[in-house]
Design a protein around this ligand. Structure first.
Ligand code: FAD
Length: 342
């Protein structure tokens, strides 16, 4: 198979933050069979290779990527549905929200809470995408992937993916080892069951929605998300830019003494997750525009950094660093970036 990647392609077109330098080579992959020849081609040239989806969780450095980027465009959605069980096998390059829409239209449930999450189906296991109290690990059966260590296609069961909160082996110990070509999900004929996440519950109550069908839950999720999050097709952003910090009991006690109102969620007996959004709001940063960098914080969601007219990634990073410093100075907590910087 002849591999003909494009050369010197601006990666700003492959990130919803719309910043970053060029990829030395870039190739859109439409079939799993293209992966092996592409890897061989890159190996001969001694180039790094990585696979991406829509770049909704990537910030590219200004230097770009001095290797080969494979953009996953492997399509297909096959549903197997009988009276008792329903499964969907989804090509890794399928736009995730269109997958959710088709599953919900088929009167199946399981992914409706994950409506409107940008990106591809193949990227959902990477950070175990989640929203409104549900995550892809809840429905994932297995992934099919090209294993760059074994040099062959493999099937990894859900257990083998090693999922935890926004983590899997794909973004930790085995980063860049597996190129995910398809995901298989187990779906349900039953309606989604309460209790629902507070923001969703409040929306359902205030709109008098008592029928908890997958369609109604999807619609509610879409409306709640649209009221808070910018549409990456219109406003350049990568969703939540900062993760909620997880701190130990000692740090928690001293923080709560000073700020009793800080929203927090116990993870286990030793660790607690605290609200990064709340800290930024205390610093009056919600809706803050910074003309020097061309960056801003979204006025309806303080964790979302938006690129209004930043000239480059360095400007975004300067803006990020200034925010991290302010939070450190006031709360003694260091915010971690959620999207990957490559
Ligand atoms: C407005 C907005 C809202 C968001 N809301 C949420 C949310 O509610 N919950 C949530 O979890 N995330 C959210 N995100 C983050 C993002 O949507 C997810 O991380 C998404 O899964 C990224 O998909 P992608 O195709 O764009 O992946 P990319 O950004 O292209 O890639 C992300 C990482 O996955 C790797 N990768 C991608 N595809 C593959 C593949 N096929 N095989 C192997 N590795 C791969 C890449 O190498 C990279 O390391 C949001 C983002 C935005 C912009």
């Amino acid at each position: 198979m002849k591999i003909e990647p494009k050369e010197n392609i601006p990666l700003s077109s492959y990130s919803t933050m719309r910043l970053g330098g060029p990829a030395r080579y870039l190739l859109e992959i439409t079939s799993p069979f293209e992966i092996e020849p592409a890897l061989k081609w890159a190996e001969e040239k001694n180039l790094d290779v990585m696979m991406i989806g829509q770049g909704s969780n990537i910030v590219w450095n200004d230097a770009g990527f001095d290797g080969l980027i494979l953009v996953n465009k492997i399509m297909g959605l096959e549903m197997q549905d009988n009276e008792y069980q329903a499964f969907a096998v989804i090509g890794g390059g399928e736009p995730w929200d269109s997958v959710v829409a088709r599953i919900v239209d088929a009167n199946l449930s399981g992914v409706e809470h994950l409506s409107l999450i940008p990106g591809t189906a193949g990227a959902t296991p990477v950070q175990n995408v989640g929203a409104y109290g549900r995550e892809i690990a809840d429905v994932l059966v297995c992934v099919q992937a090209y294993d760059r260590q074994a040099n062959k296609m493999v099937i990894l069961s859900k257990t083998e993916c090693d999922f935890s909160y926004r983590k899997s082996r794909f973004n930790t110990v085995d980063k860049n080892r597996f190129f995910i070509t398809s995901v298989t999900l187990a779906l349900s004929h039953d309606n989604p069951m309460p209790p629902f996440y507070p923001a969703l519950e409040a929306f359902l109550k205030s709109h008098n929605i008592t029928q908890h069908t997958a369609k109604n839950i999807r619609q509610a999720v879409i409306e709640v998300r649209n009221s808070k999050l910018p549409d990456p097709a219109k406003v350049a952003n990568c969703g939540s830019f900062f993760a909620n910090p997880i701190i130990d009991n000692m740090q928690l006690d001293s923080l709560v003494e000073q700020y009793p109102g800080i929203p927090r969620w116990e993870i286990d007996s030793d660790n607690t997750k605290i609200s990064a959004a709340w800290m930024l709001e205390q610093l009056k940063l919600k809706g803050y525009h910074e003309p020097n960098t061309g960056m801003a914080i979204w006025d309806k969601h303080s964790l979302v950094l938006v690129n209004e007219n930043a000239p480059n990634t360095a400007s975004l990073l300067a803006f990020r660093d200034a925010i991290v410093k302010k939070v450190e100075e006031k709360f003694g907590v260091t915010l971690q970036q959620e999207p990957e910087l490559i």
